[in-house]
Design a binder for this molecule. Structure first.
Ligand code: GUE
Length: 300
């Protein structure tokens, strides 16, 4: 068997077009232009690329992006002050603090300073809680991208065994939460999974992953998922982004696994582009929520 390659790039491009149309209508109704503020601290080359891609995607979709660069020696206190400013700026709707931050900075404290209403990454405890309760304000970008791709290809996962490897707050944990819900608005076929969330302490990892109908790799280690860990005919989603000898690879040993799987995502061109499309979605949602908030205040 040779797997269907799930094309994240074209799926993302379609989604971005839809979002751009919605932005256009929003502007025609006389509303403010949705604006994302991206905070980039230090000069990590990978982060520079991501943030530039995010900026370009914003502009293409008719939104503004404000890139705020800070030197690597910026203090936690200085970042807290910057975030207070952005929180209070009515022209900024979404705030993204690019991770990882330099080791000298208290990341948790900085992330906690982002207003939950502007938290387009959906990292804030309030937004995590709302998601767990099945009434999300913002869907986390990368997990949302995974589900959008499965929806696009009609790969239903209700009742299926989804195994997620990696328990990060940005991918593994929120994705497990989303896939186990009754319905997040994609229809019950794209919900209601039986989810197993694995991590570095999981015993007999291969025995578990071999039972997966849908296997998601989100650790950040090249070749973590080898062919012997994959069930014939399963769906393999590779969320890993690793640079090896200047080449971008995921967490899956792609060629051998693609001979077993029914469907697989490539790296690059898989989940990465969808993450950015979903960030645009959240920026538009942020702008709409804040317009509602303003209206409520005026009517108050
Ligand atoms: N606050 C925060 N939110 C994030 O969502 C966030 C973050 N910090 N820090 C870093 C990770 C990683 N991430 C990616 C987004 C897009 C691609 C992407 O578009 N990748 C392209 C290739 C890009 C390239 O050539 O490097 C692809 O896979 O085809 C990759 C990685 C978002 N992250």
């Amino acid at each position: 068997m040779t797997a269907t390659v799930l094309d994240g790039k074209s799926t993302a491009s379609d989604l971005r077009e839809t979002i751009a149309e919605e932005v256009h209508q929003w502007l025609e109704q006389g509303h403010a232009r949705p604006t994302l503020a991206a905070v980039l601290v230090g000069d990590d080359p990978a982060s520079q690329v991501y943030v530039r891609n995010k900026e370009r995607a914003c502009e293409k979709a008719g939104m503004h992006s404000r890139l705020i660069r800070k030197p690597a020696d910026t203090t936690t206190a200085q970042l807290l002050e910057l975030l207070q400013e952005l929180n209070g700026d009515p022209a900024v709707h979404g705030i993204l603090v690019q991770l990882p931050l330099p080791a000298s900075i208290n990341t948790q404290q900085v992330l906690d300073a982002v207003s939950p209403l502007k938290d387009v990454d959906a990292f804030a405890p309030e937004n995590v809680g709302l998601l767990v309760q099945g009434r999300p304000r913002y869907l986390p970008c990368t997990p949302h991208g995974v589900i959008q791709l499965l929806v696009k290809y009609g790969l239903e996962f209700a009742g299926k065994h989804v195994v997620i490897v990696g328990r990060s707050d940005i991918v593994g944990k929120p994705l497990a939460n989303m896939m186990v819900q009754r319905d997040l608005g994609f229809g019950p076929q794209f919900a209601n999974a039986t989810v197993t969330l694995c991590h570095s302490q999981s015993e007999n990892l291969a025995a578990i992953t071999r039972t997966a109908d849908v296997l998601v790799a989100a650790v950040g280690r090249p070749c973590l998922i080898t062919a012997d860990m994959v069930k014939l005919g399963s769906i393999v989603i590779d969320v890993g982004i690793n640079r090896v000898n200047d080449k971008l690879v995921g967490d899956v040993d792609y060629t051998p696994v693609s001979e077993l799987a029914a469907a697989i995502t490539p790296v690059p061109g898989g989940i990465g582009p969808l993450t950015i499309a979903m960030l645009l979605r959240n920026t538009l949602t942020a702008c709409q929520l804040q317009a509602q908030g303003q209206q409520a205040k005026q009517q108050g």
